[in-house]
Design a protein around this ligand. Sequence first.
Ligand SMILES: [Zn+2]
Length: 283
Amino acid sequence: MRNAPRLIGLSRRGLILSGAGLLAAPLALAEGVPDGESPANPAAVRRKPVHRAQPKPHAAEGHAAPTDHDGEAASSPEEAMQRLMAGNARYVSARATHPNLDAARRQLVASGQHPFASILACADSRVAPELIFDQGLGDLFVVRVAGNVVDDAILASIEYSVIHLGSTLVMVLGHERCGAVKATVDALAGHPSEEDADTRIGALAKLIAPAVKAVPINTVDVVDSAVSLNATNTAVEIFAGSRPLRERVLAGKLRIVSARYDLDDGRVSPTRGDPKMLMTSLG
Ligand SMILES: [Zn+2]
């Protein structure tokens, strides 16, 4: 994936690689929108949630099927999305319950993990998924990297969380005033930070650049627009880059969504308008 083409505003090689499956990507992404503003993925809607087999007793860590104990039901993508957004609502309204953090929970998950959702978030210190979604130990499989970009190692981590741990929701989470996105905007505008010379920070900017370039002209807040586009771009790359994940999405067993975190009010919102733009780019 390191040299894989980005899918927004770039070459169409990625589209060719992913074939017809990519056509469903914007719909699959839009399906995660809670308010139903965007079109749903018909294939996913038609199918009822698929629940997994019962867990094996004392199954090895990391390879157990999801269990039904202690509220840890093998959740559907819809249930996972609702659980995430309900947690964020508690956090936003200062009613966080900080669940699943006691010694009993620690003991329960010590022998196996069954996270209900996987989050690819920016490494920014203000965007800790367990906190902003009010979740506890064993609830979320979290991958974090500045700019919430994806490469081979990150994609492999996400695949592992879905295929081996049973996660049914993958959320790419960008955030307001992302420093990595801002640095990319500055670099593309011809004002790279001198402090970044001889660093590997340019490698991040390279992955974020397609989203920045896809920001419509005359956009007032270029960074914020790029944050949303970058999150969507990464979500589509996950979809396009993994056949097993793509098959799960098309079968209604998995959702891959993108969202933006607001640093000021703490709210997580699905990125909007992007699926339509992607459809246009597929033209
Ligand atoms: Zn960031």
